[in-house]
Write a protein that binds this ligand. Structure first.
Ligand code: ADP
Length: 299
């Protein structure tokens, strides 16, 4: 039902009293290694909800790659589309201090080698999925290729959902294929420019003028906004005690993409996604925080 095309990283996390300055060495906690990357996170989030989910990604032929494959399989994701080799698995080196401030170095590794040819070779998989969800932690040319493959399918075959993170200006052919484009305020500003207007409704209008069929703006504890040419609706957030917002956007996007593929209206799909995001922020970690459908229902 859902195909995620995106990144897979190992997050290497060390707690420190103070993050090191240039030339400095500090001692930290034991190393924690977590599966991450927006693509891998979205696939796990959707599968845990019960979505039939596949992942198209690239990892290295190394221990981090096997960790990522294991976490995908444990969640029930179909990993037949995960390509192995070409570079080490992507990693994020994260130091985090007691106040929660962090410094992060990302090595894209194999993610940077998920090439347009890899996407083209998986065109059958894209065409067999109701929804394809992608992000920008893989080469932009590969996202362009995803948009082209989806565009060239018969109308109504496959829907493209894009969370443009980390944000960069997008080519028209990508924007035109998005239904929806899912952004937070920062991403909206990078894509549509700084003179967006004041309200999320204004931001959505500015984004819609760039060509996507629909736009969803995520607003953290304020919920989300769903917008298309027909108008916009606010989706309130569920009130929860937030512990760790890591991965909430990925959980939201995955849930929204899956529900849209199930034929739900954008407003209903976003309301469900907001519940999924709300559970995710009540728990630590990214993939570890993603709920099952039962847990969402119990919220
Ligand atoms: P991003 O990480 O992409 O900026 P958000 O932080 O907006 O995404 O989170 C995505 C969604 O998760 C929000 O639209 C909202 O529905 C839910 N969410 C995030 N933070 C909270 C919170 N503190 N309380 C309740 N829901 C939240």
């Amino acid at each position: 039902d859902l195909l995620v095309v995106g990144s897979a990283n190992a997050d290497l996390v060390i707690g420190v009293e103070q993050r090191p300055a240039a030339g400095e060495t500090v001692l930290g906690s034991d190393l924690a290694v977590h599966p991450g990357g927006k693509g891998a996170n979205q696939a796990v989030a959707a599968a845990r909800l019960g979505a039939r989910t596949a992942l198209l990604a690239r990892v290295g032929d190394d221990a981090h790659g096997r960790l990522l494959l294991d976490s995908q399989r444990d969640a029930g994701v179909d990993t037949a589309g995960v390509l192995v080799g070409g570079a080490p698995t992507g990693v994020a080196l994260i130091t985090v201090d007691p106040s929660g401030d962090n410094s992060i170095v990302v090595s894209l590794g194999a993610n940077a080698r998920l090439a347009p040819e890899d996407v083209r070779a998986a065109a059958g998989l894209l065409g067999a999925s109701r929804v394809v969800s992608t992000q920008l932690e893989i080469p932009l040319e590969s996202v362009v290729e995803v948009a082209k493959v989806v565009r060239d399918l018969p109308e109504g075959t496959t829907r493209l959902v894009l969370n443009p993170s980390p944000p960069q200006p997008l080519p028209e052919e990508v924007l035109a294929a998005c239904d929806p484009l899912i952004v937070n305020e920062h991403e909206a500003r990078v894509i549509a420019g700084d003179d967006l207007g004041d309200s999320p409704e204004d931001w959505a209008r500015a984004l819609l003028a760039l060509g996507p069929r629909s736009v969803v703006v995520t607003l953290g504890a304020e919920g989300a906004l769903v917008a298309s040419a027909e108008g916009s609706v606010r989706v309130p957030a569920v009130k929860v005690e937030a512990v760790d917002t890591t991965g909430a956007g990925d959980a939201f996007t995955a849930a929204l993409a899956w529900k849209l593929g199930q034929g739900e209206s954008p407003a209903d799909a976003a309301a469900y996604a907001a519940r999924v995001g709300a559970v995710a922020v009540t728990r630590a970690g990214a993939q570890a925080s993603f709920p099952t459908a039962e847990e969402v229902a119990a919220l």
